[in-house]
Design a protein around this ligand. Sequence first.
Ligand code: SAM
Length: 274
Amino acid sequence: MTEKTTLYIVPTPIGNLQDITLRALDVLKQVDLIGAEDTRNSGKLLKHFSISTPMVSYHKFNEQARAEFFLEKLAAGKNIAIISDAGTPGISDPAEIIVKKAIEKGYRVECLPGATAFVPALVISGLGSQRFQFVGFLPNKKKEQEKLLTSLKLEQATLIFYEAPHRIYKFLQIIKEFLGNRKIAVARELTKLHETVYRGKLQEFLDKQIELILKGEFVIVVEGARETEISDERILQELNKQLEQGKTKKDAVKYVTEKWQIAKNRVYKLGLEL
Ligand code: SAM
């Protein structure tokens, strides 16, 4: 533990209790207060590791109010740890608000490395892990879903989504509709007894050639867009836009090549048509 008053963001296991780190246990024992997404759920975890630090709830419905409360505690020199039900707080879980406010007020903020579902899912997906975009849960509203997925259509980085089991097939349908029949990996129950990874093309899942057991928790990893998915028309449109904004043809070609990681030759040839 550091000397300065600190807000700790502490990952907890996503299934396998052995995935808590020694440092996480140390911090949870030594802080003055723990903010937990669900105190009953985390109570079991703390009991298992014989930790008796006081806990208060910190979830999406009281995030704002609790953040003010935590700031008062920090101001009084109390160290605080934030935990969520599973994995790393701040990753599709509350933490962002208190982190921002604590930084604004000049407190030290530390996030311990540890369990999170998307990293193992990405690594074992067999899809590109060099460049990825974590998307998390799709928004609930159809319009927002459409906007998000349209913006991801040309994204060449591997995409990572979270989804609840009862919505998986609907989710896969939507993804196929917007992003096409891409390769995906579905990681189920990571770190648990029934950990399973399904790999194949979206249509194989939709046709039930690959059949999912719809129980447990899921991460869906989707391959990024391939170069050919970016149409000539779209490239020309972007080149035009860049020229209109005052770039030289050379710079516009460079910009588009780098933006979408496509062959310079192809962009250059299209540029000649302008
Ligand atoms: N903070 C967590 C993290 O760091 O990954 C994520 C919390 S989010 C509310 C819960 C979602 O994470 C689940 O719906 C599922 O998509 C994914 N998830 C959590 N645990 C998982 C596991 N053991 N196996 C697969 N996915 C998991």
